[in-house]
Design a protein around this ligand. Structure first.
Ligand SMILES: [Zn+2]
Length: 42
């Protein structure tokens, strides 16, 4: 198995609200980016 194949199968994590690409280590528990999260909390 090649490592490249493995990484290609991992979907990019995106905000379900605006489609913004997210950094997984920061946003791993949410489906929305920081901007949309703070927006919905109001
Ligand atoms: Zn967003």
């Amino acid at each position: 198995m090649m490592p490249i194949e493995f990484y290609r199968n991992i979907p990019r994590k995106q905000c379900c609200e605006c489609g913004e690409e997210m950094h997984e280590m920061h946003e791993c528990y949410f489906n929305e980016c920081e901007r949309c999260l703070s927006k919905t909390e109001e």
